[in-house]
Design a binder for this molecule. Structure first.
Ligand SMILES: Nc1ncnc2c1ncn2[C@@H]1O[C@H](COP(=O)(O)OP(=O)(O)OP(=O)(O)O)[C@@H](O)[C@H]1O
Ligand SMILES: [Mg+2]
Length: 314
């Protein structure tokens, strides 16, 4: 049931380092102590990572649609295109960026120079497209990315991270630092197997990671729940993770026919059944997240610190 409050996961509890033995945990504890800062508590919005195992399940479509719908409720909302090197959210949000995450992490641009305001309202930190080296960011670049994540979380009520498919280190890292992981799958067995692989990889590092599953492109209503039941049973049995069901989205020709560069369907056709379904999904997501509000977090529990900490274990 929706309604879980957005509390940060424990610091140094069962998150990074949870799978270590006693010596490792001792070392980890000392390391963590070294990382604890005397910085004051800060305010941060809710971070949602939209992820999948298999590619092309509809993450970017869902991430941009949800961001538009969250923004429409009056919340400060931003999308970060974390499909490193293969970004496309600017096309889905009708933005033509000149500066991307690439220039930002390479120190050639500031966050304010890279951020765009999309015509539908949410801000977008665009990613680079067709840039191989962004798919394999250096540690220095990851640290800059972590800092900018922290900066953005401090500005927004909701931060939507649109991830690349699969289990690349920077993708797993982005899931680990988010408050919630929206895992987008399709009802076919191949997509469910890959979705399970993501749950397994993340849960090995953070058994408390919180997954909300969306089954996209279902051929008929009800198929999403059946697919979810299979996935959650396997995840419960094999990795002891309880998944939550955020809902299904039916296969809809209007999504595929929508031209790149046009504004999202939820903006151009808000009364279409698909848009109404997405609106209801946004409302359930808000319930799970306890609303999209900034809350006070200790500096070491902030997204930047979580990102940096988890980075040590990948
Ligand atoms: N419910 C739907 N009905 C029909 N087509 C859909 C639906 N959802 C997504 N699509 C289509 O599926 C394709 C892939 O969607 P999208 O780019 O959002 O996936 P993705 O998971 O972000 O892909 P990648 O893994 O490459 O980042 C697009 O052509 C999109 O229009
Ligand atoms: Mg995508």
């Amino acid at each position: 049931m929706p309604g879980g409050e957005v509390g940060r996961r424990e610091v140094g509890g069962r998150e990074a380092g949870a799978g270590l033995g006693p010596r490792g945990r001792g070392l980890f504890g000392r390391l963590l102590q070294g990382l604890r800062s005397s910085a004051p508590p800060r305010r941060e919005g809710v971070t949602i990572a939209v992820a999948s195992g298999k590619g092309g399940t509809g993450k970017s479509f869902l991430a941009t649609s949800l961001a538009v719908l969250i923004h429409r409720t009056g919340k400060r909302t931003a999308v970060i295109d974390c499909d490193f090197g293969l970004a496309c959210d600017h096309l889905l949000l009708g933005v033509k960026p000149t500066i991307t995450l690439q220039q930002l992490v390479q120190g050639q641009a500031t966050l304010d120079q890279a951020l765009c305001v999309s015509p539908c309202g949410p801000r977008l930190l665009p990613g680079a497209s067709g840039v191989r080296r962004m798919a394999n960011m250096s540690d220095k670049e990851l640290l800059v990315f972590a800092r900018e994540l922290g900066e953005m979380a401090g500005r927004e009520d909701a931060l939507v991270l649109d991830l690349g498919a699969g289990i690349a280190p920077a993708t797993i890292l982005s899931m680990l630092c988010a408050d919630w992981i929206v895992l987008v799958t399709q009802p076919e067995i191949a997509a469910l197997v890959d979705a399970y692989a993501v749950v397994k990889c993340v849960a090995q590092i953070d058994p408390k990671a919180r997954f909300l599953v969306v089954v996209n492109r279902v051929p008929e209503p009800g198929r999403g729940r059946l697919a979810f039941d299979k996935l959650t049973e396997v995840a419960r049995q094999h990795v002891g993770v309880q998944l939550e069901y955020l809902g299904e989205i039916v296969e809809d020709g209007s999504v595929t026919q929508h031209r790149l560069g046009q504004l999202p369907l939820v903006a151009t056709e808000p009364d279409a059944p698909l848009s109404i379904g997405l609106q209801q999904m946004q409302e359930r997501l808000a319930e799970y997240c306890g609303g999209f509000e900034q809350r006070v977090v200790e500096a070491e529990d902030g997204i930047e610190s979580r990102f940096k900490r988890h980075r040590l274990f990948l």
